[in-house]
Unconditional design. Structure first.
Ligand code: SF4
Length: 376
């Protein structure tokens, strides 16, 4: 096994066995862990407290207990998160942070207290009007409250320097990930749709400093090799996340390469940088204000469609794949708006309704195959 294969195998193992990876990371770093529900939790503050932020984006658990608390028309990510909480799978976490972006997440905050009382909850509310001064001031106050809660858990004060150091690290991570996603089209066989996804996913279960070092090394090793000829179809993928394994396997089998993404689970996490001026918390709040093209963040100018068109043009993509999380209202409300814009721009589009736990992926596999044949 060469060094590239070793790094990829390690990251894929981490993504496929998150609890094991997080516990190993806690042991290695001596840090307590804090679970972060989607979306945009202030991981920099958690890291500055000397704690390990861990992403909680559902999984492959069968849903049995969560139905007592959530209706069957809630999205599978949240039903699985609650299920895993009820089964005690998050008991090793010191707390979870749950932001209330959508109706489902608002219910989870209330349910969590009753359903999973053993895992301490830090709720967060993000401002709808995040770009105006009042919205930014409100978010800074929310961050201050969360900071105090995290200080209690960590048993230490978080200084401005702690926050600044953490921001520097996260900015390095974000820049590195933008570079990583940009080289996928040059190494499209090694970094096929599934491997690319698992490499990016591993970041949620590792210390960001160690993860960023690994990705930099992977890119350095890849650059020593000749570029791989891309003989498949190039797409931009959008949505909350692109899982399951069967879904990703279908993309690989049909030689569909993700040359860029607009997934909440992937590039939306790292495409926007902090501003260079202001206190640490101001810079974090303005990152949310500046982040555009995400269905979770209110945008009166509706820039999502243009963002997708730009991604297609910049990456010479053949089309857009929409991975629509079933029962996700914010994404579903956004879809008709950007669909019209993509159609007007003559960009082929494949719409897939997905769940994290799908009994069969055959229908999706057929749709992916048809799309591949149509676009070729
Ligand atoms: S935004 Fe969509 S996928 Fe995310 S928690 Fe809400 S309903 Fe579920």
């Amino acid at each position: 096994m060469n060094r590239i294969q070793e790094i990829i195998a390690e990251l894929v193992e981490t993504a496929n066995h998150p609890a094991k990876a997080v516990k190993a990371s806690m042991k290695e770093t001596g840090k307590k862990a804090v679970g972060c529900f989607p979306y945009y939790t202030p991981d920099e503050i958690i890291y500055a407290a000397g704690l390990l932020p861990v992403g909680l984006w559902g999984g492959q658990t069968d849903i049995k207990l969560a139905d007592k608390y959530l209706q069957s028309f809630c999205c599978s990510i949240m039903r699985i998160n609650v299920e895993q909480g009820l089964k005690g799978m998050y008991d090793f976490l010191s707390a979870v942070i749950i932001p209330a972006y959508c109706d489902t997440l608002k219910c989870i905050c209330d349910n969590w207290h009753v359903a999973v009382p053993q895992t301490y909850l830090i709720p967060m509310v993000y401002p709808q009007h995040r770009k105006i001064a009042a919205g930014v001031a409100y978010l800074i106050d929310e961050y201050k409250r969360v900071q105090k809660e995290l200080e209690t858990i960590a048993g230490k004060k978080i200084t401005e320097k702690d926050l600044e150091d953490s921001i520097v690290l996260y900015e390095d991570y974000r820049k590195t990930m933008r570079q990583f996603t940009a080289i996928v089209s040059k190494y499209s066989k090694t970094l096929n749709a599934k491997t690319r996804h698992l490499i990016i996913k591993a970041a949620y279960f590792m210390d960001k400093r160690l993860y960023t070092i690994k990705i930099k090394e992977l890119m350095e090793e890849l650059k020593k090799l000749p570029e791989e000829k891309l003989d498949g179809i190039k797409v931009v993928v959008t949505g909350i996340l692109a899982e399951t394994d069967a879904l990703l396997d279908a993309f690989v089998q049909n030689k569909i390469v993700f040359v860029a993404d607009d997934l909440a689970h992937e590039s939306r996490q790292f495409r926007t940088s902090v501003r260079s001026e202001g206190t640490a918390l101001e810079r974090l709040a303005y990152r949310i204000a500046d982040h555009d093209g995400c269905s979770l963040l209110y945008d009166e100018e509706k820039k999502h469609g243009q963002l997708l068109i730009d991604l297609v043009r910049e990456n010479h993509a053949d089309g857009v794949v929409v991975c629509m999380m079933k029962f996700c209202n914010p994404e579903e409300f956004d879809y008709p708006i950007y669909k019209k814009e993509l159609e007007a721009a003559g960009i082929p589009m494949l719409y897939l309704e997905i769940e994290q736990k799908m009994d069969s992926a055959e229908q999706i596999r057929t749709r992916i195959q048809s799309f591949a044949e149509m676009v070729k």
